[in-house]
Design a binder for this molecule. Structure first.
Ligand SMILES: NC(=O)c1ccc[n+]([C@@H]2O[C@H](COP(=O)([O-])OP(=O)(O)OC[C@H]3O[C@@H](n4cnc5c(N)ncnc54)[C@H](O)[C@@H]3O)[C@@H](O)[C@H]2O)c1
Length: 264
């Protein structure tokens, strides 16, 4: 997309954290902003916050795992602002321990929200975005845990790997169309998810988390840059994560070199 001003954005899970950071940044870029969430209280306070920037705000209580509810939301967006230009599939839930320690219900819930939620968003909104033909973009909020399997994050991490994969295939599908794709892969962002995590770890670890955490509005600006430049991968910090990604790539290349040495 070459410009955001006057265009319409739809952000799932947009009432707090990264979603609200993106919504705030989009509002400052003069976009019409639609946020959805499953918590009415959070939607109300997010709306008050966004209305300090723009009057062009719509909040909707929509569970992104509910395809019919998303389809109704799409009609409300069309009635209020016209065609949609920017879809941010952002709603997500945490949940993961070691594979055998994670209850099946948690596995299913993380995949339902973190993978099927974005899949639903694409299914509902993409046909209209292709049909109206104006510049458009889809941003899927995955995670650095969908790029690199660190720690014990079972359900959560695998759902984010699946979302990175979905985004890569979607990018292939949409090459040479009016719709760009980005996959957002944050590591640690200062949001309610991270605040809750800090209550469950030691003080030292909480301090380390604080030192790594990026502000949600910084992520909003990183996303805007990626949309305008049509960049696919969006990483939010390049400190710890750079080394982790290098190690993963080196591991894979070393395996390939062992199995298929270059001299053959
Ligand atoms: N905070 C981080 O460090 C971090 C790192 C990597 C990825 N992420 C991802 O960023 C996204 C946003 O996370 P956040 O940290 O801002 O968390 P958050 O909890 O502040 O925001 C997530 C929002 O999604 C909403 N939500 C949950 N299930 C939903 C559903 N079924 N339908 C609609 N809304 C729903 C929640 O009510 C909440 O408001 C998530 O996908 C998360 O996995 C966050």
């Amino acid at each position: 997309m070459e410009t955001l001003a006057g265009k319409t954005a739809f952000i799932t899970g947009g009432s707090t954290g990264i979603g609200l950071g993106m919504a705030t940044t989009f509002a400052r870029h003069d976009m019409n902003v639609v946020i959805t969430d499953i918590r009415d209280d959070a939607l109300t306070s997010a709306e008050q916050h966004l209305r300090q920037i723009t009057e062009r705000v719509l909040t909707l209580n929509v569970d992104s795992t509910d395809l019919d509810a998303l389809a109704s939301a799409a009609k409300a967006v069309e009635r209020t602002f016209g065609p949609l230009h920017l879809l941010c599939n952002n709603a997500g839930v945490t949940g993961g321990a070691k594979v055998l320690d994670t209850p099946e219900e948690r596995w299913r819930m993380t995949h339902e929200v973190n993978f099927w939620g974005p899949h639903n968003g694409i299914k509902v909104f993409l046909p209209g975005m292709l049909e109206h033909g104006e510049d458009a973009h889809i941003v899927n909020t995955a995670s650095f845990s969908g790029i690199h399997g660190h720690g014990h994050q079972s359900g959560y991490g695998t759902s984010k790997f699946a979302l990175v994969g979905l985004s890569e295939f979607l990018r292939n599908d949409l090459a040479d169309t009016n719709v760009g794709v980005s996959v957002l892969c944050p590591h640690v962002v200062d949001t309610p998810i991270i605040k809750a995590l800090k209550t469950r770890v030691s003080e030292n670890v909480a301090q380390m988390i604080d030192a790594m955490a990026v502000a949600a509005e910084t992520v909003g600006s990183q996303v805007v840059r990626a949309i305008l430049a049509n960049e696919f991968y969006v990483f939010c910090d390049g400190t710890q994560t750079r080394k982790m990604l290098e190690d993963r790539c080196q591991d894979m290349m070393a395996a390939m070199d062992r199995q298929f040495p270059k001299s053959q």
